[in-house]
Structure formats: C-alpha cells, structure tokens
Design a protein around this ligand. Structure first.
Ligand SMILES: Cc1cc2nc3c(=O)[nH]c(=O)nc-3n(C[C@H](O)[C@H](O)[C@H](O)COP(=O)(O)O)c2cc1C
Length: 229
C-alpha cells in the first residue's frame, strides 16, 4: 500500500456505488495511523447512510463519524489522523470525502466531523485537474517540498495553510479570515491544516516530527506548530 502516491491522484468522491467495503481493513489501518498528540483521546464509528442526517446534495453508503476529547489542537489532530485513512482507502479503490455538513442522527458532545466513503469508480484524477493555490502563495518562498501540502483537500477548498521555512523544516500557520469567513470556517480550518500536515507526514514518513514551540503569530496568520521533515 503506497499512501504517498495517492496524494497526487486523490479527489473528494461524491459519486458512490453500493458495493461492500471490508471494514476490517479500516480497523487494522487505524491501529497504525500516527497522531500529532497521543494524549488526545479520539474514537470513531462506522454508520450506514440511514443513520446520518445528510445535508449535502449527494450521499454515500457509509460514514465514519469521528469523536474527540476537546483539548488544545484537537481539530488539527483529527485532520492529521483521518486524512491518513482517506489515503489508505484511496489506495484500496475506496472513495471518500470529508463532510462538514452531514452529521450522525445520534451523536454525543464529542462529535467532531464525518467522512463519507464507499466503493466508487470515480476516485482519481490527473495532477493538472487539482485546483490549488500556487506554491508561492502558501509559503515565504516557493518550495517543491510543499507540493504534498499544496494538494491537500480543505473545506470549500479554502486552503488555509501557510508554511515559513525554519532550519529543519517549516513553521506552520493558519490564515486568519475576516469575520464573515471565520464564522463558516472556524471549526473546519484547523482540520484542514491537520490534513495538509498528514500529507507532509506521508511524503516524509521517516523524518517527520511535529512540535509546538513558543512562536508568535505573524500578520494575518496564527501559529499552529512546527514540523521537521
Ligand atoms: C473539513 C472539510 C469539510 C468538507 N465538507 C464538505 C461537505 O460538506 N460537502 C462536500 O461536498 N465537500 C466537502 N469537503 C470537500 C471539499 O469541498 C474539497 O476537499 C475541496 O473542494 C477540494 O476538492 P478536492 O478535494 O476534490 O480537491 C470538505 C472538506 C474538508 C477538508
């Protein structure tokens, strides 16, 4: 299973068939998924479509409902852990899409977000079909090492990540939006940054380290953490 290759072909899938998915694969993969912070307890359950209040105009046969303890950076941690699963599903021919709009009909207060998934023939694309910011827009200077992050999916494709070079990798920031955009994206943007960090981890598996230093925010961006790659 090569997860890194999936970064360059994955697309958010909104067109599913009703084929069965081997859920054991998910359970097994999740035992090896890396987290940013092991001290944040998170858990998940698999739901069929009838157990989900679907607000999107499309639906999937299955949904992964994700729950977490609400500690510092828990949203970024969730994006980081579960994007690894999306890449794993992709490598097995299973489509997925993060869904901010669809929520379990029965959930508890620790519910964070869901991921729609299922069998599909419409899960990959050519690199030229990605609609993403230029590398020079997401960093203090253009650097091809950031292509995996550049290609990460994000809520309404907002791509809220910003990377500043450090001696060993990057300091990672999240864009501060105006009030209007912030209302919509405040819950999802930290997840988006975690997703981009998952791509950086998968592409630099042996060297990747994450730590939170006492860096200041910079104009227009909030500091999230620093990565060594
Ligand atoms: C946190 C998050 C929430 C999302 N919520 C939805 C959603 O509710 N409905 C939907 O169709 N797509 C949703 N998406 C998918 C994004 O719209 C998609 O990733 C983005 O437009 C880029 O498209 P791509 O992933 O195909 O490159 C979500 C993505 C993320 C990361």
């Amino acid at each position: 299973m090569n997860l890194e290759e999936q970064i360059y072909i994955r697309k958010s899938c909104r067109n599913y068939s009703d084929g069965a998915v081997d859920m054991d694969l998910i359970h097994k993969f999740m035992e090896s998924a890396k987290s940013l912070n092991n001290e944040i307890n998170c858990y998940w359950e698999i739901l069929t479509r009838d157990k989900v209040a679907v607000r999107n105009s499309w639906s999937a046969p299955y949904y992964l409902a994700i729950y977490s303890e609400k500690k510092d950076n828990y949203l970024t941690n969730i994006g980081f852990i579960f994007q690894q699963l999306c890449l794993c599903l992709q490598s097995m021919g299973i489509g997925s899409c993060w869904v901010g709009l669809d929520v379990p009909k029965r959930k508890n207060s620790e519910f964070v977000i869901a991921i729609a998934f299922g069998m599909s023939r419409d899960i990959s694309r050519d690199l030229s079909e990605f609609k993403r910011k230029e590398l020079s827009e997401i960093s203090d200077f253009e650097d091809e090492k950031l292509i995996p992050a550049q290609l990460a999916p994000s809520a309404i494709n907002s791509q809220p990540w910003y990377f500043k070079h450090s001696n060993v990798g990057f300091d990672v920031y999240q864009i501060k939006h105006n009030i209007l955009k912030r209302q919509i994206l405040k819950r999802w943007n930290p997840i988006d940054v975690g997703i981009a960090l998952a791509h950086m981890y998968v592409a630099n598996k042996h060297s990747f380290e994450f730590e939170i230093k006492d860096n200041e925010n910079i104009k227009g961006y909030s500091y999230i953490g620093s990565i060594k790659i």
